[in-house]
Ligand binder design. Sequence first.
Ligand code: GZL
Length: 330
Amino acid sequence: MKKALFLVLALVMVFTVTAASAKDVVVAFSQIGQESDWRTANTDDLKSAIENHPGWKLVYDDAQQKQENQIKALRNFITQGVDYILFTGVVTTGWDEVLKEVNEAEIPLLLIDRMPDCKDKIEYVAAFGGDFVEEGRRQVAWAGEYLKSVGRGDEDVNIVIMEGTTGAGAQVDRTKGNLEALKKYPHLKLVGQQSGNFTRAEGQAVMESWLKSLDKIDVLIAQNDDMALGAIDAIKAAGKVPGKDIIIVGCDSVKAAFDAIVAGEMNCTVECTPLYSRFVVPTIEKLEQGEKFSKEIVHPEEGVYDTNGGIDLGTVKSTKAADVISTRQY
Ligand code: GZL
């Protein structure tokens, strides 16, 4: 009898230890959707880093651009009792209640990419995202400096701004940066400002309508490369030459933009990296060891890439796209 009891106790102990050591660190990721090459690169980078990390498990949700789906996902993560939540919001507003619920559940929250406007009222353990205002400034400044470099600095030129998803942090702040920089280039006359929702298809549709309604467009500022590429399709269909008849400045620096610049159909892309696993993974590893982090948003170093390089924007000088295209990771 004693032997049997001892055997049972030993088995229970072995099972308990195995179960405990097998408890994965569960990292949940509420992703916005699949609207752009940037988003796909961001998803692929984070999913593969987390799924391939020893002892970690990924719980992933694609909200298909709907805020209500993200709110549902966050509540599901709480119910599942995940260990960490990665969050980027499709828009900046409307997150206070659900992120407070995440705080009340004491699940460490990491903010990436687009920040919620309630970020100063909630608890989060770390934040990583682009400096969207600076990215917007750089787009317009590049256009102004480029025109000067080709002797058109004193010529009145018509500029249009194609905005991202209305209300998204990247749209709100890139527009702030675009308009702030415009004040420094009085010859850039803003004749159109409309959302293309960060997608190639909508970028093409907006450019098609502008080509019909506006007398003349000299410069397009597209708040992401996908919309710039859609606009290029529309410009070519209208019998004009993209990159020459209309100067095209994108944002993100995705591979397709580098291809368009090297092909002469696009002029510039301002970088906004989607590769956040290099920040997120070490941060969670350190959090697992009990380390604490500041609430300062970490902005990755970012460049500007164009046809010939050498355009000085003060905070950065542009790099010739053809020189680095083979090294690009997304
Ligand atoms: C920027 C990111 C934006 C990209 C778009 O960090 O939120 O969303 O610029 C993407 O391409 O759709």
